[in-house]
Design a protein around this ligand. Sequence first.
Ligand code: PAF
Length: 279
Amino acid sequence: VRIFSSVSAANNHVHSGTKHRVLVPTMGALHKGHISLVRLARENAGGNGEVAVSIFVNPLQFEPGSDFDKYPRTESADEELCREEGVDVLFRPKENEIYAVNRSVFVEETALSNRLCGKSRPGHFRGVCTVVAKLFHILAPHAAVFGEKDFQQLAIIRRMARDLNFPIEIIGAPTVREADGLALSSRNQYLDTEERAQAPILRAALLKASEQGRSGELSSAKIVEQVRTTISNASRARIDYVELVSADDFQPRKKVERNSLLAVAVFFGKTRLIDNILL
Ligand code: PAF
């Protein structure tokens, strides 16, 4: 793995060759979910192509008062993992090279970003789009891989790539789960024992909803009610939202139709977990 921590070095590298490059943008604290993204990137890049991983805990996408300072930073373990997985390029920029103190240009998606997580986390997707656009410019990938656990993020990045004409294929990767159904996330390590024991209720509630849909329940209200009731059985859970929306534009749906997305965000203690299922 070649490690670059300066923008100009990374930039020189990518413009010195013509390899098919596939980028996996991350904030580090790499886990099995990230490994699956890296493997999908390798499949797409092929043996002669190049897999690049970026690690940058992006201050711009953390709302004030959230977990930026305590976000897990596991630099050497991440580096080791990249080596084991045969990653070609690891880009770990310094914050002052990504953000000038008097920065005044941002990238903002203005339709999808106002819904679901965007409502609870003002400015979050502006931070995501801004940093991903920068990574796209610096590393000039041909394709980039994002997890479907962050379904809204994936859709917003696709929209940004389309609307800003980034010549980059955006690839979605299926969510990786623990044996008990909990979606992998770097934030799972914040959970205490009791919260961790209760957290799989999210997946259980979504699967129950999917079952309801299959047995002919078309009312969004009924499905949402089931999910809220199921999750509320967990004493440590505090629901942020449960919404049944169109998977295309995230507009609320009264009835389950083709391509409906059921998305949840729930706090366990201070830790906010998200999950989703297509109905
Ligand atoms: O999904 C993430 O880890 C981040 O939002 C991303 C895409 C790396 C941008 O900082």
